[in-house]
Design a protein around this ligand. Structure first.
Ligand code: EPU
Length: 425
């Protein structure tokens, strides 16, 4: 991934107050863009988030031969009538692992796909065996050659009963998309249940797919011969919303975030209440307010949805770092997602971890320092810590942050934070 040419400078200690608009979800839009490959007709996606990853996925589609027309800043029409390639090169996959989600749609719609095999990354080994086994069970031939997943099928994929050994978000999505055009019925057992999967199924059904059970552990897909045009608006980003809610709580502020699909937040709101925050919900808006000196630590164990999201683990750890008392954070989804611990300790946190458990002893204050980020959510945690640290925090390697948070410095400045983006020295 190309290194960012800028960094963030944060002067901590400001209470945040006001409203923050929540953009479309990164982890929904990437798969929904890939889903447009399943139809020859024009598909419109609205509520596009302005993210590096959105741009990369649009470039990937254009590279394959899709025609893109921007209808306005957050609405794009995509037509995949005549692709000239079904190959996704390593450069793109290395820049964005989520590129793997074009594998199922390309194979189902074009009978072949060559997608570079993603390697491990900062948070874990992240294998794709479930994606490949599932497609094989649907009749695909799959070989790994020269670092590529080379997949092909004669005629249509065939419906199959597939048991996934682990809940995987992109694995479920790849197989669900592939199954929409398969001959016969596919049943996915032990499917991941994240709200973004439900949103993807909603879009596919509006294109004529026949999917039931998305959002539950068993998804049934009755294959159809073709999908047609549709317009879909991307679900708001629950992780971005959660990140700003934590920003409000730790600074003793009062922020209202929305629109957000309240059920998609799972147990986050009750966890923030346990930490001492006051929550008010009205329609699709959430207001949170708190007194930072009264914050209580909360033990967290991450798990697939409806459990506590691994994508909020680093941000919640910042709250625990400044709360009164001891807490434990268990990461059960990824084997190496504590890269932020060392950086938080540089700001004065008191965290120890061994394997998948971090033990945190709350401290009275953090003090600003230069910190680096290693993955998207770790960089969000660095920004949160900078908001409460005394003095100046400099966050570098923000290419990760820009993958998943649009205009973060503008949004935080608008609610009272002192944060600016400056060029690297
Ligand atoms: N796994 C396997 N085999 C597979 C696939 C996954 O063993 O074939 C394992 C993984 O190693 C991991 C677990 O299953 O231990 C769950 O991984 P999953 O496949 O669900 O992760 P993912 O689909 O690659 C998506 C999000 C991540 C988010 C996870 C978990 C996208 C583009 N990415 O990744 O988002 O953390 O689900 O919820 O949807 C982020 O946004 O910061 C981010 C990393």
């Amino acid at each position: 991934m190309a290194k960012s040419t800028s960094k963030l400078i944060i002067q901590g200690g400001h209470r945040l107050t006001g409203r923050i608009r929540i953009s479309g979800a990164k982890n929904a839009v990437l798969k929904e863009l890939a889903a447009t490959l399943l139809s020859k007709e024009r598909v419109v996606l609205a509520n596009l988030p302005h993210l590096k990853d959105t741009v990369l996925m649009l470039e990937l589609l254009a590279d394959l031969g899709a025609k893109l027309t921007f209808l306005d800043k957050r609405r794009v029409a995509i037509q995949c009538e005549s692709l000239h390639s079904t190959t996704v090169p390593y450069d793109l996959v290395r820049a964005m692992r989520a590129s793997i989600v074009v594998l199922g749609p390309l194979l189902a719609a074009y009978g072949k796909a060559e997608v570079a095999l993603p390697g491990g990354c900062a948070i874990g080994a992240r294998p794709v065996d479930i994606h490949l086994d599932g497609l094989r069970q649907m009749g695909a031939r799959i070989e790994i050659e020269r670092g590529f997943i080379c997949a092909s099928v004669d005629g249509r994929l065939k419906g199959a009963e597939i048991f996934m050994h682990t809940k995987t978000v992109t694995g479920t999505e790849n197989l669900m998309m592939a199954a929409t055009l398969a001959e016969g019925t596919t049943v996915l057992h032990n499917a991941a249940q994240e709200p973004e999967i439900e949103d993807l199924a909603k879009m596919l059904n509006s294109m004529g797919a026949k999917i039931t059970g998305a959002g539950q552990a068993t998804i049934t897909i009755e294959g159809v011969e073709a999908l047609h045009s549709a317009e879909h608006s991307v679900l708001p980003d629950r992780i971005v919303a959660g990140t700003y809610l934590v920003a409000s709580v730790i600074t003793g502020g009062s922020i209202t975030v929305g629109p957000v699909n309240i059920p998609s937040l799972g147990n986050l709101l009750s966890i923030l209440e346990r930490a001492g925050a006051k929550i008010r919900v009205s329609d699709d808006m959430v207001n949170v307010s708190s007194e930072p000196y009264l914050l209580r630590p909360v033990n967290i164990t991450t798990a697939p949805h409806p459990g506590f999201p691994t994508d909020m683990q680093a941000q919640m750890m910042v709250l625990n770092v400044i709360a009164k008392g001891a807490s434990e954070v268990n990461e059960t989804v990824f084997e190496n997602r504590f890269m932020h611990v060392g950086e938080l300790n540089r700001l004065g946190a008191n965290i120890h971890y061994s394997q998948r458990t971090a033990t945190i002893m709350g401290v009275h204050k953090l003090t600003g320092a230069p910190v680096e980020s290693y993955d998207l959510r770790a960089s969000a945690a660095m920004v949160l810590a900078g908001l409460v640290a005394e003095g100046e925090t400099e966050v570098t390697a923000i290419e990760h942050l820009d993958r998943g948070y649009e205009f973060i410095e503008e949004k935080l400045s608008a609610v009272g934070a002192d944060i600016k983006r400056v060029p690297l020295d």
